[in-house]
Design a protein around this ligand. Structure first.
Ligand SMILES: Cc1cc2nc3c(=O)[nH]c(=O)nc-3n(C[C@H](O)[C@H](O)[C@H](O)COP(=O)(O)O)c2cc1C
Ligand code: SF4
Length: 759
């Protein structure tokens, strides 16, 4: 028996053939294509009925020869209006199907689905896999075949290959899937006009919005991943290129399916084959990975809280109740704690792991910063990208010593990290720390593969760390083998950004070459340094001064002062800071407004202590003036407004009128390996225009997407901006009308000079 959908299918095949030819025409001879389209539109406007009769269904006996029908070279060009595809009429070009009634699972099925999700197996090479595709002109089918072929080499069972456009009952797969733990892969095109995929996407949306049924029916799948095909030459805009693939990815996620790999997008005119090749490779590696971690919670909402909330969340501390219990337990097993800086059963270990740290060995740690997550989603890197060219998704933040000799008021650890003035713990070997840190870092990156918006190319890149920020928490130069550790990073061509708190002069003096060497300058005066850093050393000021002198002598190193401005603590000491700069002569000075990370017993700061960006700017301008007055040749080089951070640099970094604060990393390693002496200027690179101080972009890379969370705060800000713009427009209108009137008046005056009558 011939089902009615078979008839639709015949029509689809015909239209597929037609579209193939048209697409060929459209890509090779766009003028002819437009003429044909116009001619067709005229035709259909004049005689719609006769056109419908002209499209003959393909007889059943030739239906099976799908390839022949969709082969663009053999198809006969026929006029088709792309804008009417998919409309429900008897000869509809797409297989529109009446949806079967939704299957009801249970009243509280969403909760159930979520609960049972944890029981499902992690997708692997042993999983059952279906490769779904949708196609109008055959390209996606070809790519789906390619994907299918490549997967066959990796999977233990041959994957199925299914054309979504021909599925009679989508519900069987996408509303009440029968098979658990199965992995769904998709290869889909995008059409700005209606296309068969619209029906599929509508089904997903409807399911999600249907309050009667389980809103996470796909939670029982093993996972999914989507590869999109599009044309970036004709649809270059971010919201148009491969937009249906992105929609598919989004709605599957909303329906509770676990994204096992970020959506891949390839342009059929340029890079599709290469992108698919890489995408399959990384997807296969994910499936092969036996130690693949559980994915992070999937947030498919656009509303993810404010930046501050995200920071605070990232740095959430252990509840007081938990701490009490943990401390009690620790006291009972005190022996171990003496030997290890952070023993597995210590309160510090629990506190750090709760905050998202991976504790490596007994005294080191690694953590993914929020900028790494942001960069993976194409939403921008941290200020180090604007200043030094560090892409955040290639950066690992780690420390070989979780212990510190200060208790700074702005420390994210709220005083829960270990402290001490001397090393009195067990020492782990540097190789074990580096291997453990990298393993912990990659594990966290892998967990992000299911987060909506993660860019597949960046995700793949992130699996090779290129930079190491030794600044996480604690004091890295406190670790007795810090030089060996840095040497190992360099062997792997990982750049080293080491931040120390200017309390360990001997260790600083012994420090070998790093890519960039920082000292934190948290106050200009002794009293305020004590207030801000709350150092443990009694001779903290002397140590601090000594460190500056040592830094001055390190002429081969690219040295940096890092100032963290805390309102009411350290923002009024311009001349004192200038004294310190005169002493340490750093190559660069980073000035950053403090980041608020919650108030607690260990952290007395409130939002009142966070300076506005304008205040940071004023501070930097005043400091620059004070330095210049002393004959110290510095200038304001770059900014990253989003991080409230500005960079001053010695004038020698301005080469032929262009700031060169970026780093040529390849050159750095080349120089390092040559064994010759070299200095900071030998591995500089130009600062991009968008990052230079005063640029309109404010240090935000135009290639990234600005992302504003839809919080009340941001909505209020947006409303304020809108009102301000309205007021500005009105003011401009008034000025224009005054100007017009003035011009009219002037014209009148010009035309008819006023005659003054003297009496
Ligand atoms: C009429 C038409 C509209 C298209 N619209 C888009 C679009 O909005 N975004 C995009 O990235 N690609 C667009 N494309 C490019 C197709 O997605 C691309 O050619 C794809 O490979 C077609 O796949 P298929 O042959 O499997 O149907 C369009 C192509 C045509 C002919
Ligand atoms: S430098 Fe720091 S904030 Fe920037 S990406 Fe690296 S770890 Fe994250």
């Amino acid at each position: 028996m011939v089902h009615s959908w078979h008839k639709s299918r015949s029509t689809v095949l015909t239209v597929g053939a037609v579209l193939g030819s048209l697409y060929y025409l459209y890509t090779t001879k766009p003028e002819l294509f437009n003429n044909a389209l116009q001619a067709y539109q005229t035709l259909t406007n004049n005689n719609n009925q006769s056109y419908h009769k002209a499209v003959k269904p393909i007889p059943d006996e030739v239906e099976n020869n799908v390839e022949e029908k969709i082969n663009p070279s053999t198809a006969v060009p026929m006029p088709v209006d792309f804008t009417t595809l998919g409309k429900a009429n008897s000869t509809a070009a797409v297989p529109l199907k009446k949806r079967a009634p939704k299957k009801f699972t249970s009243k509280n099925s969403k909760a159930q689905a979520n609960n049972c999700n944890s029981n499902y197996a992690v997708p692997s090479v042993d999983s059952d896999v279906i490769v779904f595709y949708s196609t109008l002109t055959g390209t996606s089918e070809r790519y789906a075949n390619l994907l299918h072929m490549k997967l066959k080499e990796v999977l233990t069972k041959e994957p199925e290959l299914i054309n979504i456009d021909y599925i009679e009952d989508l519900d069987e797969y996408f509303v009440a899937p029968k098979r658990e733990n199965i992995v769904y892969l998709f290869v889909v095109p995008s059409y700005e006009n209606e296309s068969p995929l619209d029906f599929f996407l509508e089904t997903l949306k409807e399911t999600y919005n249907d309050w009667r049924i389980d809103s996470t029916p796909l939670a029982k799948l093993g996972g999914y991943a989507v590869f999109g095909l599009g044309d970036s030459e004709n649809w270059p805009e971010e919201d148009k290129f491969c937009y249906q693939a992105i929609q598919t990815d989004k709605w599957l996620g909303k329906l509770g399916a676990r994204r096992i790999f970020p959506v891949g997008t390839g342009c059929i005119k340029t890079d599709a084959e290469q992108v698919l090749e890489e995408w399959v490779l990384h997807l296969a590696n994910t499936l092969k990975d036996k130690n693949i971690p559980e994915m992070m919670d999937i947030v498919d909402s656009d509303d993810e809280g404010t930046d501050e909330e995200a920071e605070a969340e990232d740095n959430a501390v252990v509840d007081v109740e938990d701490m009490g219990a943990i401390i009690k337990r620790t006291k009972e097993s005190n022996e171990d704690v003496k030997k290890q800086m952070v023993a597995k059963d210590s309160p510090t270990y629990n506190s750090l792991t709760k905050q998202g740290y991976t504790v490596v060995g007994s005294h080191s740690g690694v953590k993914i910063c929020r900028w790494t997550k942001s960069a993976l989603r194409g939403r921008g890197s941290c200020y180090k990208f604007a200043f030094y060219g560090i892409k955040s998704h290639l950066c690992m933040e780690t420390t070989p010593s979780l212990s510190c000799s200060s208790k700074c008021v702005f420390c994210w650890r709220h005083g829960t990290n270990p402290v001490g003035t001397t090393w009195r713990w067990q020492v782990d070997p540097p190789k074990a720390i580096l291997d453990g840190a990298m393993e912990g870092h990659y594990k966290k990156i892998k967990q992000l593969r299911g987060v909506p918006g993660v860019n597949s190319a960046r995700f793949a890149e992130a699996m090779t760390v290129k930079h190491c920020a030794l600044s996480l928490v604690g004091e890295p130069i406190f670790y007795p083998h810090i030089n060996e550790f840095v040497g190992m990073l360099h062997e792997k061509h990982i750049s080293s950004f080491l931040v120390c708190n200017a309390q360990h002069p001997d260790e600083l003096a012994a420090m070998d070459q790093v890519t960039q060497l920082y000292v934190s300058i948290d106050a200009g005066k002794k009293e305020s340094l004590k207030k801000v850093d709350r150092p443990l050393h009694r001779d903290f000021w002397e140590r601090f001064q000594q460190c500056l002198e040592i830094l001055r002598e390190k002429r081969n190193q690219r040295t940096v002062f890092r100032l963290t401005l805390v309102k009411d603590f350290n923002t009024e000491e311009i001349e004192d800071y200038a004294d310190l700069v005169e002493k340490g002569i750093p190559c660069l000075i980073e000035v950053k407004g403090v980041t608020y990370c919650g108030t607690s017993k260990g952290n007395p700061l409130t939002m009142k202590n966070v300076p506005f960006y304008e205040e940071v700017k004023t501070f930097v301008e005043r400091l620059n003036e004070a330095l210049n007055k002393r004959g110290l040749a510095y200038g304001i080089a770059a900014e990253h407004a989003h991080s409230c951070c500005i960079l001053l640099a010695q004038d020698r970094f301005k080469i032929d009128g262009v700031w060169n604060t970026h780093i040529d990393y390849a050159k750095f390693f080349e120089l390092l390996e040559s064994g010759k002496e070299f200095g900071p200027i030998d591995y500089v690179a130009p600062t991009p225009e968008w990052a230079v101080y005063g640029a309109e972009a404010g240090g935000f890379n135009p290639e990234d997407t600005r992302f504003r969370r839809k919080t009340k705060h941001n909505l209020a800000l947006a409303e304020q901006e809108r009102l301000a713009q309205e007021a500005k427009d009105q003011a401009e209108e008034k000025v224009n009308s005054i100007e017009e009137k003035t011009t009219e008046a002037v014209e009148i005056v010009d035309e008819e000079p006023m005659e003054v009558e003297f009496f």
